[in-house]
Design a binder for this molecule. Structure first.
Ligand SMILES: [Zn+2]
Ligand SMILES: [Zn+2]
Length: 255
C-alpha cells in the first residue's frame, strides 16, 4: 500500500490542507476522508476526482466530509462525446455515521428527480464486518464519543497478509476508543491524530506516548497536527515517533 497524505493539518489549518489521504492498494485508490480543502489538495497531489475508486468517511466534521458533495457531484456530471456518463461513487461508511451522512448529502442531492443513491453506492458496515478490497481487509470501527462527546465517528483498520495499519482518524480519548486491540506484532504503522498543544477533541502528544507501548512508538506517525510543527520536531525525534509530511508517500508492505 502506498499512502499519500493530501493534507496533514487540523480543521483550522492555514498552512496545510485537511488531513485526507489517498491509499493506493493494488490497482485501486481509496480516498480516506474528504474535507473542504479536497478540491485543491487532490490536484496538488496529481489526482482528479475521477481517479478515486472508493471513499471512506470517518465522521462528519468539515475537514473530513465537507468536500464529499462536490466530489460525488463532479463524478456524476461526467460527459463523453456529449453524452452524460455518470460515475457513481462507492462510499464505505460505518452504520452509525451513515444516517447522518445520508441526511447531509440528501439535503443537497435529492432533487430534480434524483436521490443520493444516484450519486453514491453506500457500503454500510458495523464493527465486525470486513470489506475485501484488493487483497486486504478493511474494518471500520466505531469511535463514537471518543473524539467529541455526542459525535458519531469511526476509525479504519487495514489488514493484509503481511501486516496491518491502524488509522483511527480523530480521537481524543485513546482508551475509550480501545485502539490497542488493533495493535500487534504485524502492525506496520499507526496514523495518529496528534496535537502538540491542549485540545479538547484531539489526542495530545503526551497522551499518545503514554497510551501506546514504547516498543511500538517507532510505528506511530503523527498527523492532523499544528501549523507550527517545526517547533515540535525535536520532541518528536526524542520520542522516536514519526510524522506524516504533506504529499510525501509512505509505502507499507501489507501484502
Ligand atoms: Zn479533523
Ligand atoms: Zn473531527
Amino acid at each position: 500500500m502506498k499512502l499519500i497524505p493530501l493534507g496533514v493539518g487540523g480543521a483550522f489549518t492555514e498552512r496545510f490542507y485537511h488531513n485526507n489521504y489517498v491509499a493506493e492498494i493494488g490497482t485501486k485508490k481509496l480516498l480516506i476522508d474528504a474535507g473542504t480543502t479536497l478540491r485543491e489538495s487532490m490536484k496538488k497531489a496529481g489526482y482528479s476526482y475521477v481517479d478515486i475508486d472508493s471513499v471512506w468517511i470517518s465522521h462528519l466534521h468539515f475537514d473530513h466530509a465537507g468536500g464529499l458533495e462536490e466530489l460525488v457531484m463532479q463524478r456524476f456530471w461526467q460527459f463523453k462525446d456529449g453524452q452524460h456518463t455518470p460515475i457513481k461513487t462507492p462510499v464505505f461508511v460505518h452504520q452509525k455515521v451513515y444516517s447522518q451522512l445520508r441526511k447531509l448529502l440528501s439535503a443537497a442531492l435529492d432533487n430534480q428527480g434524483r436521490t443520493v443513491d444516484d450519486f453514491c453506492a453506500f457500503t454500510v458496515v458495523n464493527d465486525q464486518d470486513i470489506i475485501h478490497f484488493e487483497g486486504v481487509e478493511l474494518q471500520i470501527f466505531d469511535t463514537t464519543n471518543s473524539h467529541a462527546k455526542g459525535l458519531v465517528s469511526s476509525g479504519l483498520f487495514i489488514k493484509g497478509p503481511l501486516g496491518n495499519v491502524l488509522f483511527p482518524s480523530d480521537v481524543k480519548d485513546l482508551h475509550k476508543a480501545n485502539l490497542l486491540r488493533f495493535v500487534n506484532d504485524d502492525t506496520l504503522a499507526i496514523f495518529q491524530d496528534t496535537s502538540f498543544t491542549f485540545n479538547g477533541v484531539h489526542a495530545q502528544f503526551k497522551d499518545v506516548l503514554a497510551y501506546y507501548p514504547k516498543e511500538i512508538h517507532s510505528s506511530i506517525y503523527a498527523m492532523h497536527y499544528n501549523d507550527n510543527i517545526e517547533d515540535y520536531l525535536q520532541e518528536i525525534e526524542r520520542a522516536g515517533i514519526q510524522y506524516v509530511k504533506q504529499r510525501e508517500p509512505i509505502t507499507l508492505p501489507l501484502k
